[in-house]
Write a protein that binds this ligand. Structure first.
Ligand SMILES: Nc1ncnc2c1ncn2[C@@H]1O[C@H](COP(=O)(O)OP(=O)(O)OP(=O)(O)O)[C@@H](O)[C@H]1O
Ligand code: SF4
Ligand SMILES: [Mg+2]
Length: 361
Protein backbone atom coordinates (compact mmCIF):
# COMPACT_ATOMS: atom_id res chain seq x y z
CA UNK A 1 0.00 0.00 0.00
CA UNK A 2 1.39 3.33 -0.99
CA UNK A 3 0.72 6.49 0.94
CA UNK A 4 -0.12 9.53 -1.20
CA UNK A 5 2.96 11.18 0.25
CA UNK A 6 5.12 8.77 -1.71
CA UNK A 7 3.92 9.76 -5.14
CA UNK A 8 6.76 12.25 -5.64
CA UNK A 9 10.29 11.07 -6.23
CA UNK A 10 12.08 10.60 -2.95
CA UNK A 11 15.61 11.75 -2.30
CA UNK A 12 17.70 8.65 -2.66
CA UNK A 13 21.31 8.40 -1.70
CA UNK A 14 23.58 11.30 -2.63
CA UNK A 15 26.55 11.45 -0.27
CA UNK A 16 28.68 14.38 0.79
CA UNK A 17 27.74 17.80 2.05
CA UNK A 18 25.98 20.25 -0.27
CA UNK A 19 27.75 23.28 -1.73
CA UNK A 20 28.47 26.01 0.76
CA UNK A 21 29.19 23.65 3.63
CA UNK A 22 32.21 24.92 5.55
CA UNK A 23 34.02 21.66 6.06
CA UNK A 24 36.64 21.97 8.81
CA UNK A 25 40.15 21.67 7.43
CA UNK A 26 40.94 18.68 9.61
CA UNK A 27 38.67 17.05 12.20
CA UNK A 28 40.36 15.45 15.21
CA UNK A 29 38.84 12.09 14.28
CA UNK A 30 37.47 11.02 10.94
CA UNK A 31 36.00 7.57 10.42
CA UNK A 32 35.04 6.27 7.00
CA UNK A 33 33.22 3.08 6.13
CA UNK A 34 34.48 1.33 9.27
CA UNK A 35 33.54 -2.33 9.54
CA UNK A 36 34.07 -5.06 12.11
CA UNK A 37 32.99 -8.60 11.47
CA UNK A 38 33.24 -11.43 13.97
CA UNK A 39 33.50 -14.83 12.30
CA UNK A 40 31.21 -17.61 13.44
CA UNK A 41 32.99 -20.93 13.27
CA UNK A 42 31.90 -24.54 13.35
CA UNK A 43 34.15 -27.46 14.20
CA UNK A 44 33.76 -30.80 12.51
CA UNK A 45 36.29 -33.27 13.87
CA UNK A 46 39.72 -31.66 13.67
CA UNK A 47 38.52 -29.00 11.20
CA UNK A 48 37.14 -25.58 12.00
CA UNK A 49 35.49 -23.51 9.33
CA UNK A 50 33.91 -20.08 9.23
CA UNK A 51 30.20 -20.44 8.58
CA UNK A 52 29.04 -16.84 8.96
CA UNK A 53 30.04 -13.33 9.99
CA UNK A 54 28.50 -11.11 12.67
CA UNK A 55 28.50 -7.66 11.04
CA UNK A 56 28.77 -5.77 14.33
CA UNK A 57 29.99 -2.52 12.73
CA UNK A 58 28.86 -2.30 9.16
CA UNK A 59 30.09 0.83 7.42
CA UNK A 60 30.25 3.65 9.96
CA UNK A 61 31.13 7.22 8.93
CA UNK A 62 31.62 9.90 11.57
CA UNK A 63 33.74 12.88 12.47
CA UNK A 64 34.63 14.49 15.78
CA UNK A 65 36.18 17.89 16.38
CA UNK A 66 38.45 18.90 19.25
CA UNK A 67 36.35 20.02 22.22
CA UNK A 68 33.19 18.45 20.79
CA UNK A 69 30.92 15.83 22.33
CA UNK A 70 29.24 13.35 20.01
CA UNK A 71 26.55 11.30 21.72
CA UNK A 72 26.10 7.77 20.35
CA UNK A 73 22.77 6.05 20.99
CA UNK A 74 21.10 2.86 19.83
CA UNK A 75 19.56 -0.30 21.19
CA UNK A 76 21.58 -2.99 22.90
CA UNK A 77 23.67 -4.98 20.44
CA UNK A 78 23.72 -2.33 17.68
CA UNK A 79 27.53 -2.15 17.81
CA UNK A 80 28.31 0.90 19.97
CA UNK A 81 30.98 -0.76 22.13
CA UNK A 82 32.49 -2.60 19.18
CA UNK A 83 32.77 0.72 17.35
CA UNK A 84 34.44 2.35 20.37
CA UNK A 85 36.92 -0.48 20.71
CA UNK A 86 37.72 -0.41 17.00
CA UNK A 87 38.40 3.33 17.17
CA UNK A 88 41.09 2.68 19.78
CA UNK A 89 42.25 -0.51 18.06
CA UNK A 90 41.54 -2.48 21.22
CA UNK A 91 40.12 -4.79 18.59
CA UNK A 92 41.23 -4.48 14.98
CA UNK A 93 38.59 -3.31 12.51
CA UNK A 94 37.93 -5.47 9.47
CA UNK A 95 37.88 -2.55 7.04
CA UNK A 96 37.53 1.18 6.55
CA UNK A 97 39.68 4.05 7.74
CA UNK A 98 40.28 5.94 10.98
CA UNK A 99 42.14 9.24 10.70
CA UNK A 100 43.34 10.82 13.93
CA UNK A 101 44.82 14.31 13.73
CA UNK A 102 45.23 13.81 10.00
CA UNK A 103 47.23 10.58 10.32
CA UNK A 104 46.20 7.06 9.28
CA UNK A 105 45.57 5.51 12.70
CA UNK A 106 44.98 2.00 11.37
CA UNK A 107 48.39 1.95 9.66
CA UNK A 108 50.35 2.73 12.84
CA UNK A 109 52.87 0.12 13.89
CA UNK A 110 53.16 -0.87 17.58
CA UNK A 111 55.40 1.90 18.93
CA UNK A 112 53.75 4.89 17.20
CA UNK A 113 50.41 3.23 18.00
CA UNK A 114 51.32 3.17 21.70
CA UNK A 115 52.27 6.87 21.59
CA UNK A 116 49.15 7.92 19.69
CA UNK A 117 46.81 5.76 21.72
CA UNK A 118 47.67 7.55 24.91
CA UNK A 119 45.89 10.54 23.40
CA UNK A 120 42.75 8.43 23.00
CA UNK A 121 41.41 7.09 26.27
CA UNK A 122 38.37 5.03 27.22
CA UNK A 123 36.13 5.24 30.29
CA UNK A 124 34.02 2.14 30.93
CA UNK A 125 30.55 1.63 32.33
CA UNK A 126 31.82 -0.34 35.31
CA UNK A 127 34.82 1.46 36.78
CA UNK A 128 35.17 -1.25 39.41
CA UNK A 129 35.96 -3.87 36.80
CA UNK A 130 38.55 -1.62 35.18
CA UNK A 131 40.39 -0.56 38.36
CA UNK A 132 42.93 -2.93 39.90
CA UNK A 133 41.47 -3.73 43.36
CA UNK A 134 44.93 -4.35 44.81
CA UNK A 135 46.26 -0.92 43.90
CA UNK A 136 45.55 2.28 45.82
CA UNK A 137 44.02 5.12 43.86
CA UNK A 138 47.35 6.94 44.11
CA UNK A 139 49.17 3.98 42.56
CA UNK A 140 46.48 3.63 39.86
CA UNK A 141 47.02 7.25 38.84
CA UNK A 142 50.80 7.20 39.21
CA UNK A 143 51.31 4.20 36.94
CA UNK A 144 50.39 5.82 33.58
CA UNK A 145 52.18 9.03 34.57
CA UNK A 146 55.41 7.08 35.12
CA UNK A 147 55.08 4.64 32.20
CA UNK A 148 54.43 7.41 29.69
CA UNK A 149 56.68 9.96 31.45
CA UNK A 150 53.93 12.56 31.41
CA UNK A 151 55.67 14.60 34.14
CA UNK A 152 59.18 14.35 35.67
CA UNK A 153 59.38 11.65 38.37
CA UNK A 154 59.63 14.18 41.19
CA UNK A 155 56.34 15.80 40.11
CA UNK A 156 54.27 12.62 39.93
CA UNK A 157 52.75 12.99 43.42
CA UNK A 158 51.77 16.59 42.76
CA UNK A 159 50.21 15.55 39.44
CA UNK A 160 48.14 12.88 41.20
CA UNK A 161 46.91 15.55 43.63
CA UNK A 162 46.04 17.83 40.69
CA UNK A 163 44.09 15.02 38.98
CA UNK A 164 42.13 14.28 42.17
CA UNK A 165 41.28 17.98 42.45
CA UNK A 166 40.20 18.02 38.82
CA UNK A 167 37.69 15.19 39.28
CA UNK A 168 36.41 16.46 42.62
CA UNK A 169 37.94 13.83 44.92
CA UNK A 170 39.79 14.69 48.14
CA UNK A 171 43.55 14.31 48.00
CA UNK A 172 43.28 11.72 50.81
CA UNK A 173 41.65 9.44 48.20
CA UNK A 174 45.14 8.59 46.93
CA UNK A 175 45.78 6.33 49.94
CA UNK A 176 42.50 4.41 49.60
CA UNK A 177 41.49 1.42 47.47
CA UNK A 178 38.72 1.17 44.83
CA UNK A 179 36.37 -0.89 47.05
CA UNK A 180 36.32 1.95 49.60
CA UNK A 181 34.53 4.26 47.15
CA UNK A 182 30.94 4.58 45.93
CA UNK A 183 30.10 3.93 42.27
CA UNK A 184 30.15 7.63 41.41
CA UNK A 185 33.50 8.15 43.16
CA UNK A 186 34.97 5.15 41.37
CA UNK A 187 33.85 6.62 38.08
CA UNK A 188 35.69 9.83 39.07
CA UNK A 189 38.81 7.71 39.59
CA UNK A 190 38.29 6.15 36.14
CA UNK A 191 37.99 9.62 34.61
CA UNK A 192 41.11 10.82 36.48
CA UNK A 193 43.03 7.86 35.13
CA UNK A 194 41.92 8.65 31.59
CA UNK A 195 42.87 12.31 32.10
CA UNK A 196 46.30 11.41 33.49
CA UNK A 197 47.54 10.89 29.92
CA UNK A 198 46.18 14.27 28.81
CA UNK A 199 44.10 12.75 26.02
CA UNK A 200 42.62 14.63 23.09
CA UNK A 201 39.79 12.12 22.80
CA UNK A 202 37.88 10.16 25.44
CA UNK A 203 35.50 7.37 24.46
CA UNK A 204 33.05 7.07 27.34
CA UNK A 205 31.16 3.77 26.97
CA UNK A 206 27.98 4.11 29.04
CA UNK A 207 29.86 5.89 31.83
CA UNK A 208 26.72 6.75 33.80
CA UNK A 209 24.48 3.76 33.03
CA UNK A 210 25.42 1.86 36.20
CA UNK A 211 25.09 4.88 38.48
CA UNK A 212 22.15 6.05 40.59
CA UNK A 213 20.09 8.69 38.83
CA UNK A 214 21.10 11.26 41.48
CA UNK A 215 24.80 10.67 40.77
CA UNK A 216 24.48 10.71 36.96
CA UNK A 217 24.04 14.47 36.76
CA UNK A 218 27.20 14.99 38.82
CA UNK A 219 29.28 12.80 36.51
CA UNK A 220 27.79 14.46 33.41
CA UNK A 221 28.74 17.84 34.91
CA UNK A 222 32.22 16.54 35.56
CA UNK A 223 32.62 15.53 31.90
CA UNK A 224 31.41 18.98 30.86
CA UNK A 225 33.82 20.70 33.24
CA UNK A 226 36.73 18.52 32.12
CA UNK A 227 35.95 19.36 28.50
CA UNK A 228 35.84 23.08 29.28
CA UNK A 229 39.20 22.80 31.06
CA UNK A 230 41.04 20.60 28.55
CA UNK A 231 39.19 20.89 25.19
CA UNK A 232 39.07 17.07 25.05
CA UNK A 233 36.70 15.55 22.48
CA UNK A 234 34.14 13.06 23.82
CA UNK A 235 32.42 10.15 22.15
CA UNK A 236 29.69 9.59 24.71
CA UNK A 237 27.85 6.27 24.41
CA UNK A 238 24.62 5.94 26.37
CA UNK A 239 21.17 4.42 26.49
CA UNK A 240 19.78 7.38 28.36
CA UNK A 241 18.56 9.83 25.73
CA UNK A 242 18.15 12.54 28.36
CA UNK A 243 21.80 12.25 29.41
CA UNK A 244 22.91 12.28 25.79
CA UNK A 245 20.98 15.45 25.03
CA UNK A 246 22.38 17.20 28.09
CA UNK A 247 25.99 16.55 27.25
CA UNK A 248 26.20 16.31 23.46
CA UNK A 249 26.83 18.95 20.82
CA UNK A 250 25.87 16.41 18.17
CA UNK A 251 24.16 13.03 18.37
CA UNK A 252 24.57 9.95 16.18
CA UNK A 253 21.93 7.21 16.17
CA UNK A 254 23.18 3.72 15.42
CA UNK A 255 21.11 0.80 14.15
CA UNK A 256 22.39 -2.67 13.29
CA UNK A 257 26.00 -1.57 12.89
CA UNK A 258 25.44 1.69 11.03
CA UNK A 259 24.78 5.36 11.81
CA UNK A 260 21.28 6.10 10.53
CA UNK A 261 20.94 9.72 11.63
CA UNK A 262 23.27 12.40 12.94
CA UNK A 263 22.61 16.06 13.71
CA UNK A 264 23.26 18.81 16.23
CA UNK A 265 21.57 17.64 19.44
CA UNK A 266 18.65 20.08 19.41
CA UNK A 267 17.86 19.40 15.74
CA UNK A 268 17.88 15.65 16.28
CA UNK A 269 15.60 15.78 19.33
CA UNK A 270 13.26 18.47 18.01
CA UNK A 271 13.01 17.33 14.39
CA UNK A 272 14.14 13.70 14.02
CA UNK A 273 14.37 12.66 10.35
CA UNK A 274 14.75 8.91 10.64
CA UNK A 275 11.86 6.65 11.68
CA UNK A 276 14.17 4.78 14.07
CA UNK A 277 15.12 8.00 15.88
CA UNK A 278 11.46 8.93 16.04
CA UNK A 279 10.63 5.57 17.57
CA UNK A 280 13.40 5.93 20.16
CA UNK A 281 12.21 9.38 21.12
CA UNK A 282 8.63 8.22 21.35
CA UNK A 283 9.64 5.79 24.09
CA UNK A 284 7.83 6.32 27.36
CA UNK A 285 9.59 8.81 29.66
CA UNK A 286 11.31 7.12 32.57
CA UNK A 287 10.52 8.03 36.16
CA UNK A 288 13.27 10.61 36.39
CA UNK A 289 11.86 12.53 33.46
CA UNK A 290 14.55 11.49 30.99
CA UNK A 291 13.99 9.08 28.14
CA UNK A 292 15.71 5.74 28.03
CA UNK A 293 15.90 2.96 25.50
CA UNK A 294 14.47 0.45 27.97
CA UNK A 295 11.19 0.83 26.11
CA UNK A 296 11.96 -1.11 22.97
CA UNK A 297 11.06 -0.06 19.47
CA UNK A 298 8.35 -2.34 18.04
CA UNK A 299 9.51 -5.68 16.62
CA UNK A 300 12.72 -7.63 16.97
CA UNK A 301 16.11 -6.35 15.85
CA UNK A 302 17.22 -8.51 12.89
CA UNK A 303 20.33 -10.60 13.38
CA UNK A 304 23.61 -8.85 12.55
CA UNK A 305 24.48 -12.09 10.73
CA UNK A 306 21.62 -11.54 8.27
CA UNK A 307 21.07 -7.82 7.80
CA UNK A 308 17.98 -6.96 5.68
CA UNK A 309 18.52 -5.84 2.09
CA UNK A 310 18.14 -2.17 1.22
CA UNK A 311 17.33 -0.15 4.33
CA UNK A 312 18.30 -2.19 7.38
CA UNK A 313 15.43 -0.69 9.40
CA UNK A 314 12.72 -1.67 6.92
CA UNK A 315 11.53 -4.78 8.82
CA UNK A 316 10.46 -2.53 11.69
CA UNK A 317 9.72 0.69 9.86
CA UNK A 318 6.11 1.86 9.74
CA UNK A 319 6.85 3.91 6.60
CA UNK A 320 8.62 1.22 4.54
CA UNK A 321 7.94 1.14 0.78
CA UNK A 322 9.14 -1.11 -2.01
CA UNK A 323 12.23 0.92 -2.70
CA UNK A 324 13.33 0.46 0.91
CA UNK A 325 13.94 -3.25 0.27
CA UNK A 326 15.82 -2.57 -2.95
CA UNK A 327 18.12 0.34 -2.32
CA UNK A 328 20.16 1.19 0.76
CA UNK A 329 19.69 4.86 1.69
CA UNK A 330 22.91 6.83 2.12
CA UNK A 331 23.53 8.90 5.24
CA UNK A 332 23.10 12.34 3.69
CA UNK A 333 21.44 15.74 4.14
CA UNK A 334 17.78 15.74 3.12
CA UNK A 335 16.16 18.16 0.68
CA UNK A 336 15.52 21.48 2.40
CA UNK A 337 17.36 20.43 5.55
CA UNK A 338 20.53 21.86 7.09
CA UNK A 339 23.86 20.48 5.89
CA UNK A 340 24.72 19.16 9.35
CA UNK A 341 21.56 17.05 9.66
CA UNK A 342 22.08 13.69 7.94
CA UNK A 343 19.58 10.87 7.68
CA UNK A 344 19.79 7.45 6.05
CA UNK A 345 16.15 7.34 5.00
CA UNK A 346 14.80 7.64 1.45
CA UNK A 347 11.94 9.73 2.79
CA UNK A 348 13.69 11.91 5.35
CA UNK A 349 12.52 15.16 3.73
CA UNK A 350 8.85 14.25 3.96
CA UNK A 351 8.93 12.23 7.15
CA UNK A 352 7.03 14.66 9.40
CA UNK A 353 3.98 14.42 7.16
CA UNK A 354 4.04 10.72 6.32
CA UNK A 355 1.26 8.32 7.11
CA UNK A 356 2.33 5.03 8.59
CA UNK A 357 1.85 1.67 6.93
CA UNK A 358 0.16 -1.01 8.92
CA UNK A 359 2.51 -3.70 7.68
CA UNK A 360 6.23 -2.87 7.63
CA UNK A 361 8.15 -4.67 4.89
N1 LIG B 1 33.73 -10.98 20.31
C1 LIG B 1 32.57 -11.09 19.68
N2 LIG B 1 32.29 -12.19 18.95
C2 LIG B 1 31.11 -12.30 18.27
N3 LIG B 1 30.13 -11.35 18.31
C3 LIG B 1 30.37 -10.25 19.04
C4 LIG B 1 31.58 -10.06 19.76
N4 LIG B 1 31.51 -8.84 20.38
C5 LIG B 1 30.32 -8.32 20.06
N5 LIG B 1 29.65 -9.17 19.24
C6 LIG B 1 28.31 -8.94 18.67
O1 LIG B 1 28.37 -7.70 17.97
C7 LIG B 1 27.14 -7.01 18.10
C8 LIG B 1 27.40 -5.64 18.67
O2 LIG B 1 27.79 -5.77 20.05
P1 LIG B 1 28.18 -4.51 20.95
O3 LIG B 1 28.59 -5.02 22.29
O4 LIG B 1 29.14 -3.68 20.21
O5 LIG B 1 26.79 -3.75 21.06
P2 LIG B 1 26.37 -2.50 21.98
O6 LIG B 1 25.63 -1.57 21.10
O7 LIG B 1 27.56 -1.99 22.70
O8 LIG B 1 25.35 -3.16 23.02
P3 LIG B 1 25.05 -2.75 24.54
O9 LIG B 1 24.19 -1.51 24.45
O10 LIG B 1 24.28 -3.93 25.07
O11 LIG B 1 26.34 -2.51 25.25
C9 LIG B 1 26.24 -7.90 18.96
O12 LIG B 1 25.43 -8.66 18.11
C10 LIG B 1 27.21 -8.76 19.71
O13 LIG B 1 26.63 -9.99 20.05
S1 SF4 C 1 12.42 1.57 5.57
FE1 SF4 C 1 12.30 3.26 4.08
S2 SF4 C 1 11.07 4.79 5.11
FE2 SF4 C 1 11.80 3.37 6.70
S3 SF4 C 1 13.73 4.22 7.43
FE3 SF4 C 1 14.23 2.85 5.81
S4 SF4 C 1 14.34 4.13 3.96
FE4 SF4 C 1 13.21 5.28 5.52
MG1 LIG D 1 28.05 -1.74 24.73
Amino acid sequence: MCSPFFSGSPRIGGGGPPAGYNKPIMPLLEVQDLTKQFPITRSTGPFTRVTDQVRAVDGVDLTLEAGETLGLVGESGCGKSTLGRCLLRLIEPTGGSVTFEGGDFLALRPEPLRRTRREMQIVFQDPFASLNPRMSVGAILEEPLRVHEIVPAKEVRAEVARLLDQVGLPRTAAARFPHEFSGGQRQRVGIARALSLRPKLIIADEPVSALDVSIRAQILNLFRQVQADTNVALLFVAHDLGAVRQISHRVAVMYLGKIVETAPADALYDDPRHPYTRALLAAVPSVDGTRALSQKVEGDVPSPIDIPSGCRFRTRCPFAQEICAQKEPALAPFAGGPAAHLSACHFAAMLPTLETNTAPM
